[in-house]
Design a protein around this ligand. Sequence first.
Ligand SMILES: *Cc1c(COP(=O)(O)O)cnc(C)c1O
Length: 219
Amino acid sequence: MTLSEKLVQIKDALPPEVTLVAVSKTKPETDILEAYRTGHRIFGENKVQEMTQKWENLPKDIEWHMIGHVQRNKVKYMAPFVSLIHGVESLRLLKEIDKQAAKNGRCIDCLLQMHIAQEETKFGLDHSELEHLVDSEAFKTLQNVRVVGLMGMATFTENLEQIRKEFVHLRTQFEKLKVRLPEIHILSMGMSGDYPIAIEEGSTMVRIGSSIFGARNYS
Ligand SMILES: *Cc1c(COP(=O)(O)O)cnc(C)c1O
């Protein structure tokens, strides 16, 4: 199957309320254009510099999602165009996004990243850090940044029950947060290996890379 056939097949099988982010990190612009020609417009990248380069070269109606870990000093490069930042895990980063968004006359949508996996290496907030963040006075004063949901990554494991448990946990955090922040509506969970489980457990946005574009080659 070609890249565009794979994309269309995956997309057609998603429930209508689930948004697909096609994760194009490390992949060439020609691949993104092939996906674009099927009508797809939402792409995810995990490096600010790579995303900015692609944004400069590719059609301007593409929605770019930053799905990787973000360093504060890189926010300024994507602030003019990024549609959604998935991996926000500190107030300091939110403040920087707020500042750079204001400079660009924009309001930038963000997701707070929760730590749900067993691995130490995966970024994100725990339950009490999340509460602390959204309860802070500084959070309430942010003008040019809008928290619209949560994001999380499950443990990389064959143990499907473990993965499901982690997604259920994230979904529970999401429902709880919604009581305080009724405007949140995006639950970003699920990748190539685990998105069917994520959808069963309430995901509204899946981030799929290798199942569409093929394995990545980090050389
Ligand atoms: C790379 C990446 C994905 C996509 O992973 P695949 O397994 O290729 O689908 C999803 N989410 C994040 C945060 C990523 O870094």
